[in-house]
Design a protein. Structure first.
Length: 167
């Protein structure tokens, strides 16, 4: 998968990053029949993000992506193609994260998310936006925590920009 970006806002050296454990994640730009994109509004931290999350031990990317989409947006999806990957050197968590992002379409009926306890605490809400409104929501939000402002929002803006040709 083509690497789109290396996020390193804490200026981690390559030598230090090489000592970090790796966390792999699968993410998706999911569109519905109206061409709207699923975003998660993290209301308590004032930012938006694409659906997705970490791979469980031994879990395949495709399986993780389906699981995360069911949990976070309540939908089965058809994966249409790759968008790209983003590597994040997260000094705040002593972690190297690799996010693999795909372009996907809702398959069947939309359901309801099944958020984790932490997601409920963070005030997750599912919203569906046009491409332009999704990009505006990401660009204009002012995340109240460093994980959101330094990593999640810039990562997801880069992924949406990369996928623009699909809209």
């Amino acid at each position: 998968m083509k690497q789109i970006l290396l996020l390193n806002p804490e200026n981690v050296s390559e030598a230090e990053a090489a000592t970090y454990p790796i966390r792999e994640a699968a993410r998706a730009i999911v569109v519905d029949d109206e061409g709207k994109i699923a975003l998660l509004h993290v209301t308590k931290k004032n930012y938006y993000k694409l659906p997705g999350g970490g791979l469980d031990a031994g879990e395949d990317q495709a399986v993780a992506l389906q699981r995360e989409c069911m949990e976070e947006i309540g939908c089965e999806v058809d994966v249409l193609g790759e968008v790209g990957s983003i590597i994040e050197y997260r000094k705040i968590f002593t972690l190297k994260q690799i996010s693999y992002c795909y372009f996907a379409k809702v398959k069947g009926q939309k359901g309801n998310p099944n958020f984790t306890g932490d997601e409920v605490t963070d005030g997750f809400e599912l919203v569906w936006f046009s491409y332009e409104d999704a990009m505006r929501a990401l660009v204009e939000c002012e995340a109240t925590d460093f994980e959101g402002s330094g990593y999640i929002v810039p990562r997801d803006i880069a992924l949406l920009k990369e996928a623009k040709s699909h809209f």
